[in-house]
Design a protein around this ligand. Structure first.
Ligand code: NDP
Ligand code: HSE
Length: 439
């Protein structure tokens, strides 16, 4: 027996994800109605071009270019257009008209999240966004609800499938970054302009969303320190493999005590880092995503699966839809975002990380002591030193390669150490500086 009425669902976007959501709403109508307690009536799908070819044959009469009109008649609006505008304006219109909203738009949430959440709270509407991070992987709801009584200490995430695919190819197939990127583009993983992926913008947006939820603090994408993978070399991947590590693009969100003021803050950063092969994140291959969460009571948790794909991501969107539709039927306001902690976001120089520094040095007596002295001067403690193959420079000097692993050190101290090393007579070249995470 289906409950008292139906809910009118407007879909904005009929692309990779939107078309799959529409298909499920039409094909699984009866089953979804039982789960919700009311039928979900798809009243229209707003697109740019109603004649465009689509991955799913959508009923022509549902397609429209008039998104605003569609929103006006809806109880629930699903935004799957992407981009900032007009998505932002449409979501605000929907919320202000009392409709609940589901979106997968990480770019919008990471830049205008506070505005959208405030609008939802003001009218008691619900704004759900499970698809915005990790595609099909349930990670937003676990952070927002399941771990709401715990204290999240740290999140390490592989949240961009394209870069994980590229780094994995470099590690397992010996591909160059350029070749791996070309393959990713051929497979339709990376965009034609892949900057959002390889320069870390996509991961930074997702890091901002995760950090906001985990630490009950507003974190914008502009607060996130971002480094992409374009500078990662085959030599770094090989050197990491030699020492039992794999290089991954990580989104890191962690609570930190400001080393200068002693006040608690958060550090949110995206960069390629070496991860020990024994760490669960090292086993994340191909375009998969995974989010490793460390919480005070729950301990270590890992959320793993498909981080993208129209069908896969539609699962997260439909989960949000069923969840908020149930609440809509029962009545009462939706979940609000808790931003009460208001922790300061600390600059990268205050974060503490371990490092692997590779140097080409002149091979003569006293060099090791000189190098060790530079590290000591900046308070950076050396954990391991490995020296390999001596070669000759064009000038005839004999050189050696030193790989120095540090204990945890402040970014600022390490940066100063590297600057001094680069200027030192005994250092021919600072060949590589990679952070080590998850050890
Ligand atoms: P697509 O580019 O495949 O589809 C976008 C859709 O929105 C198209 O149907 C397009 O119309 C429509 N659209 C775009 N602009 C407008 C506009 N101004 N007015 C009306 N319609 C418009 O995007 P995806 O399905 O890949 O992504 C949708 C959202 O989901 C994005 O926010 C994305 O970040 C997010 N997401 C996507 C994932 C994925 O694997 N694809 C994974 C996780 C999240 P038309 O078809 O006529 O061009
Ligand atoms: N470009 C993104 C990725 C898509 O490669 O993970 C999913 O957000």
């Amino acid at each position: 027996m289906i409950a008292y009425r139906s809910l009118r669902v407007a879909l904005l976007g009929g692309g990779s994800v939107g078309a799959q959501v529409a298909r499920s709403l039409l094909e699984d109508r009866d089953e979804l109605a039982h789960r919700v307690g009311a039928s979900l009536d798809l009243i229209g799908i707003a697109v740019r071009d109603v004649d465009a070819k689509r991955s799913v044959d959508l009923p022509r009469e549902l397609l429209t270019t008039d998104a605003e009109r569609l929103i006006l008649g809806a109880d629930v609006v699903i935004e799957l257009m992407g981009g900032i505008e007009p998505a932002r304006t449409y979501i605000l219109q929907a919320l202000n008209s009392g409709a609940d909203v589901v979106t997968g738009n990480k770019a919008l949430l990471a830049t205008h999240g506070p505005e959208l959440f405030a609008a939802a709270e003001q009218v008691g509407a619900q704004l759900y966004y499970e698809a915005a991070v990790g595609g099909a992987i349930p990670i937003i709801r676990p952070l927002r609800e399941s771990l709401a009584g715990d204290r999240v200490k740290r999140i390490l995430g592989i949240v961009n499938g394209t870069t994980n695919y590229i780094l994995d190819r470099m590690d397992t197939q010996g591909d160059s970054l350029e070749d791996a990127l070309a393959t990713a583009q051929e497979l339709g993983l990376a965009e034609a302009n892949p900057s959002a992926d390889v320069d870390g913008y996509d991961a930074a947006q997702k890091a901002a969303i995760l950090a906001s939820l985990a630490f009950h603090t507003e974190v914008s994408v502009d607060d996130v320190h971002r480094e992409g993978i374009t500078a990662v070399t085959a030599a770094q991947i090989a050197s990491a493999a030699h020492s039992g590590h794999v290089v991954k693009l990580l989104a890191i969100c962690e609570r930190l005590i400001d080393p200068d003021s002693g006040v608690e803050g958060v550090s949110v950063r995206v960069y390629p880092a070496m991860v020990p092969r024994s760490h669960p994140l090292a086993a994340v291959h191909g375009a998969n995503n995974a989010v490793f969460v460390e919480a005070e009571a729950a301990g270590a948790l890992m959320f793993y699966g498909a981080g993208a794909g129209g069908v896969e991501t539609s699962s997260a969107v439909l989960g949000d839809l069923v969840s908020l539709a149930r609440r809509h039927v029962v009545g009462g306001p939706g979940l609000t975002e808790s931003k009460h902690a208001g922790l300061p976001v600390l600059e990268i120089g205050k974060a503490t990380t371990r490092y692997a520094v590779t140097l080409d040095v002149i091979d003569e007596p006293g060099v090791l002591a000189t190098i060790a002295g530079v590290f000591a001067e900046h308070g950076v403690s050396v954990e391991t030193v490995e020296q390999s193959v001596a070669t000759a420079t064009p000038g005839g000097e004999s050189t050696a390669i030193l790989v120095i692993g540090t204990h945890g050190a402040r970014e600022a101290a390490l940066a100063a150490t590297v600057a001094d090393l680069a200027a030192n007579r005994v250092v021919a070249r600072v060949a590589s500086v990679l952070r080590v995470e998850g050890a």
